[in-house]
Design a protein around this ligand. Sequence first.
Ligand code: SAM
Ligand code: DTB
Ligand code: SF4
Length: 345
Amino acid sequence: MLDTQTVEKPLTQVKSKADLRKELDAAGGWTVAQVEALFDLPFNELMHRAQETHKAYFPEGDVELATLLSIKTGGCPEDCGYCPQAARYDTDVKAEKLMGLEEVLEAAKAAKAAGSNRFCMGAAWREPKDRDIEKVTAMIKGVKALGLETCATLGMLEADQAQALSDAGLDFYNHNLDTSEDFYRSVISTRGYQDRLDTISHVRSAGMSVCCGGIVGMGESREQRAAFLTRLANLSPYPESVPINHLVPVAGTPLAEQKPLDPLEFVRTIAVARITMPKARVRLSAGRQELGRAVQAMCFLAGANSIFYGEQLLTTGNPEAEQDRELLAELGLKTKQSCKAEVLV
Ligand code: SAM
Ligand code: DTB
Ligand code: SF4
């Protein structure tokens, strides 16, 4: 848990955990109790149900490969307690300027050559300025012309900015809820949960697909993990892509000393995401290096069907591409690229 003494006052009115849970349960769809009950199932029963769902909705069982590029690194004004790119934390990340178009396109070409099907451009911004949007739209057009699916994660968006990205051909926008609404306030104070929901709603209204997930292993309880997945599953419609990050504790951030989550609890989280969001691509995201092969294999069994692919996430490491290809081959998993028939979301 973060030292709440160091966190500034939240921007929005503080509701109690019980009130938030009541609100969530009254909203329709999954209740927190139902999702908690899934978490509480005997492990084999949970895995069996996740497998059944996975096979019904993704009969090919293929894995999507998404490559990340940090197009604007570090110097972020936000205070997300996990993030090495927040300017206020003393980490090894140095602030850099927005990358040039050519450099981005070179990275996208390399990702495509390595077999990736989606290219996600990430920027350490609280929100982009309109002149940033102009530069990013040129990148989107260039990456799309290479035949890759495009994704961007640039922070909060206004409705017109979302529309400009969509008009440029952006397929997905990544903006995470990150955790449950009540735990959120002990991790981030510089923007509220509602701000995130508003951005997701602008992305939807602009006609783009939503990539939205979060981080587990930040010290949240199982109930809070269940409330987080309930939120995601009850978005209408739920996100097409759901990145589940395992916290990478980075020196200098408030969460640097956080103890890792029990790996079986991580696998359970993947299984519950699969059952509650059956048509979504559930992506194993940050923290795969630390999970190791056996836990990743269990995550695929639990219904994960997407990974970040390439040696680097944004500022932290990821398994070597060759290592991932070997793992998928050993598990007999096809990639989405190699697989023509796909169930459309
Ligand atoms: N600045 C934009 C934003 O916050 O929306 C985009 C980039 S931000 C780095 C994207 C996501 O990366 C965060 O929402 C969080 O889920 C994830 N992330 C950042 N640091 C992480 C860490 N140390 N471990 C795991 N996930 C992390
Ligand atoms: C997401 O949910 N995970 C990715 C992507 N969306 C942008 C980012 C993970 C970042 C991990 C820490 C880092 O490399 O800086
Ligand atoms: Fe900034 Fe995004 Fe990192 Fe938060 S997660 S500090 S908004 S780069």
